[in-house]
Design a binder for this molecule. Sequence first.
Ligand SMILES: C[S@@+](CC[C@H](N)C(=O)[O-])C[C@H]1O[C@@H](n2cnc3c(N)ncnc32)[C@H](O)[C@@H]1O
Length: 334
Amino acid sequence: MAQALKRSGASVTAVDTARYSEIFGQCWISLSACEINERELDDALNYLSNLPPVHGYFTETFCIESRFFQHHNGMRIDAIRNALEEQFRDSVLFPVLLTSLILASDRVDSTTAVHMAYLKKWSARSHKDLELRKPELLDGRGTTIRGNAIELAPQLGSFDFAYLDPPYNQHRYYTNYHIFETLVAWDAPEHYGIACKRIDSRDDTTKSDFNKKRQMPVALRATIQQLDARVLVLSYNNESWLTLTDLMDYCSSYECVVPLAFDSKRYVGAQIGIHSPAGVRVGEITHLRNVEYVVVAGPRETVRAMTEPYAHSSNEVLTASHAGALQRGELSLF
Ligand SMILES: C[S@@+](CC[C@H](N)C(=O)[O-])C[C@H]1O[C@@H](n2cnc3c(N)ncnc32)[C@H](O)[C@@H]1O
């Protein structure tokens, strides 16, 4: 979303607590493509791609002690990440090269998308060779902030448009993507459990109120209310802790609030059932689709213009999924 907004000419500020989000932000949002010498970038990618493999922390932890990556790729990741630290740390290319490495590792992992577990049998893609690709950089201005949105909301300044995409439940991004956190921190952390999660996952400082059922409503309401934005867009879904009417209520200081709803395929875990670390299915596939919400809040005319193209299909989904709330008058359709 941040990239799309930047591409459309906006000056974007991206906020997230994750280390890898900060690197992605530095690559695609803060940096302007015109600051980069294409030839230097190509040479650096070529150089890194041809480094001799090294057996280091990454290989030991994620290829031997666990099976997230095949050995040949783990050793290349160790070699490339070491070189980034030793030779490119102060270069303007650093976030671009590290983004390339993170995405390359993601294409050859042996998971179902998150790092909470690896597959019992190697995934087909894990057999491929790690390939560093050149991220497509964007021209323009932007700012990246690694920090807690709940605390930052009142200090960020004034925006024409704010998009909030908060976590949905208790599943933390810090642990779901712990290998990316370590690839960025490159701090060889002590780890625990079958998935070799970072030991600091247990620290309160790595936990977010958005992942705590009791704190989430208060935190989200405060974040929305303290943000200074002319138009606010909030995404969420119907399988989480807050109802659509809660979300709309949190936006009630805006002149107009319109809910949009989209029928959607559920996340990959729901498609394959829930498995124990030993690979035994412990949760059944219940249903395969859910409803994704997009709440749009702001001045009436702007909100109307933004939501009108989706109103028809959205209203059908809302009528099907929220008959009770519509009947009780808690929800009205656009
Ligand atoms: C649903 S994801 C949104 C991902 C985002 N749309 C993207 O494409 O990168 C929720 C994000 O919220 C971040 N997060 C969790 N708690 C946070 C907090 N208190 N402040 C800022 N970001 C937080 C997570 O790291 C995660 O990247």
